[in-house]
Design a protein around this ligand. Structure first.
Ligand SMILES: Nc1ncnc2c1ncn2[C@@H]1O[C@H](COP(=O)(O)OP(=O)(O)OP(=O)(O)O)[C@@H](O)[C@H]1O
Length: 228
């Protein structure tokens, strides 16, 4: 367990039950089920368009399932959207780095918005964990694509797992070099060791030990059709 951090309650459990996702009136996936315990990792794989981002958006509460339910400790997440938003951290494709603020200021603002104590200190520490201390004072607009991605990922390290146990990461390894991918893997491992959970999509090499693999193609409409 990371120093100074309490473990998340061991009862934390995320589950999908008979989930159907519709986008543009077309079924993306249907009859999707999974269960993810505290400390667990779920890796979404599958071809382009199979619904990895769509599932992450449902999990983040950014859209609603057409049918079925997403449960946190047995309760539907739509019953208390604020509580659900508070417990998760979502890193999507959009880059959230403000161009006029330095890397450190970006993180400090996020830490402040999350109500975390000592936002600057914890931001410096988070930057160090993603090997970004050397660009702490650089404005966001001068950061490379990979550096911006690393600042976004450093945000995950701001809050302890007990406060924000659920990480939702949409292709987090994209644009990262080998060292950054290893650091991300270490960040995820430390979060899980503290009782946190992670759901991520990936097309690339990211080592997530003991992850549950979910092949989205198995839940697409084509999966229900008989082979020609
Ligand atoms: N805003 C939208 N309106 C309508 N359809 C959409 C919208 N966004 C995505 N889709 C469709 O939903 C399906 C699933 O898309 P999604 O982005 O979830 O797939 P993905 O598995 O994440 O793909 P990729 O591997 O390319 O990132 C696709 O067929 C896509 O065209």
């Amino acid at each position: 367990m990371t120093e100074g951090q309490a473990s998340a309650p061991s009862s934390d459990l995320l589950a999908a039950r008979s989930l159907t996702c519709l986008r543009g009136e077309r079924v993306v996936f249907t009859a999707l089920d999974f269960t993810l315990p505290a400390g667990g990792a779920l890796v979404l794989v599958g071809p382009n368009g199979s619904g990895k981002s769509s599932l992450l958006r449902l999990l983040a509460g950014l859209s609603r399932p057409f049918a079925g339910a997403l449960l946190w400790n047995g309760a539907d997440i739509i019953q208390d959207p604020d509580a659900h938003r508070g417990r998760l951290r979502y890193a999507g494709h959009q880059d959230a780095v403000k161009p006029t603020l330095t890397a450190l200021e970006n993180l400090s603002v996020w830490a402040g918005l999350d109500g975390l104590p000592e936002p600057e200190d914890r931001s410096r520490q988070a930057l160090r964990r993603m090997s970004m201390a050397h660009v702490a004072d650089m404005p966001g607009r001068y950061l490379s694509a990979g550096q911006k991605k690393r600042v976004n990922l450093a945000r995950l390290a701001l809050a302890p797992a007990a406060l924000a146990p659920l990480w939702l990461l949409d292709e987090p390894a994209t644009a990262l070099d080998r060292d950054s991918i290893d650091r991300l893997a270490a960040l995820i491992a430390a979060h899980r060791a503290d009782g946190g959970m992670v759901v991520l999509s990936t097309h690339s090499e990211l080592d997530v030990p003991d992850a549950i693999m979910l092949d989205m193609a198995a839940f697409g409409p084509a999966a229900a059709e008989p082979a020609p």
